[in-house]
Ligand binder design. Structure first.
Ligand code: SAM
Length: 283
């Protein structure tokens, strides 16, 4: 399957041939080791019966990994037009299996180009990655168009996504991710693996979506309650959640949360129970 892909030149040569000097403003830290990009692709699960949406392919290291690991079809969105000729060479080596869209992933809707099941895989600038993760986890209807996300983050952000109650990194991102998916850190990547190396260690997080949220709750109410609580995470909940109204302490007690607890001690299940209570549903 990867016969012609194997004949493509090493990424260092591709970068030199197309003068792809890394641009800081675009968060360009490239992965040039094809063994590593294939390993990341394998962490996304079985790709053979899936379309893969890749964001930010750059010179195409991860794209080559996804194709050589058997992705049925890759749709890649890249903002930097300088990368397009390098990506066109990959397209030629894998006929009919790579569609490249030039544009900003925050603006482009890739869904018309994708056939389910869809897995999303990306090594993106971290600010764009977090923004997209939140969007992918909060669509108007659930389940969303994707079945899994495999994304590179700063290790510190990856730890926030998988954090458990009681830990300092437990907060809105953990609740959002764990409510509707199973997130796991599947790979740590040292800074030296990138060209140029970033300042921090990175980690790949794999999230398999759940078909329904882990516990029922209205997304807008859950989001409001959690935002209030973690907005003042050092305060007791009876203070931080005061805007929820005069019955706050009764509602907390009714769902088994002590009003003197702090946000970081409360489990996902209890947040959802509180969101239901706030929404006026009977327990
Ligand atoms: N995937 C490549 C790799 O692993 O070597 C490149 C990774 S580099 C960290 C991030 C890539 O995302 C760059 O190619 C950059 O041009 C692209 N990018 C940055 N912002 C983007 C956006 N908003 N939409 C699409 N691509 C973007």
């Amino acid at each position: 399957m990867s016969g012609t892909l194997d004949a493509l030149p090493p990424l260092r040569e591709v970068i030199a041939a197309h003068a792809l000097s890394a641009r800081k403003a675009l968060g360009q830290n490239f992965l040039l080791d094809l063994n590593l990009t294939a390993k990341i692709a394998r962490r996304a699960g079985d790709l053979s019966a899936c379309d893969v949406l890749e964001i930010g392919p750059g010179p195409g290291g991860l794209t080559r990994g996804l194709l050589s690991e058997g992705a049925r079809h890759v749709v890649a969105i890249e903002r930097d037009a300088r990368c397009l000729p390098a990506l066109a060479e990959i397209s030629e080596a894998a006929p009919g299996r790579l569609t490249v869209i030039e544009g900003d992933a925050l603006e482009v809707d890739p869904r018309p180009h994708l056939t389910p099941p869809v897995r999303i895989v990306a090594n993106l600038p971290y600010n764009v990655g977090t923004e997209l993760l939140v969007r992918w986890l909060t669509p108007p209807v659930w389940p969303p168009f994707w079945t899994s996300l495999t994304l590179m983050f700063q290790k510190e952000v990856a730890e926030r996504i998988v954090a458990q109650p009681g830990s300092k990194t437990y907060g809105r991102l953990a609740i959002l991710a764990q409510w509707r998916a199973n997130p796991r850190i599947v790979l740590e990547i040292p800074a030296r693996a990138f060209t140029p190396p970033p300042k921090v260690t990175s980690a790949v997080v794999h999230l398999e979506r759940l078909d329904a949220p882990r516990y029922p709750a209205d997304p807008a109410v859950l989001s409001r309650v959690v935002a209030l609580a973690f907005g003042q995470r050092r305060k007791m909940l009876r203070a931080s959640l005061k805007p929820l109204g005069p019955h706050l302490e009764d509602m907390l007690t009714a769902v088994g949360i002590a009003p003197t607890e702090r946000a970081e001690q409360v489990s996902l299940e209890a947040w959802c129970a509180l969101a239901r209570k706030v929404a006026g549903e009977t327990e």
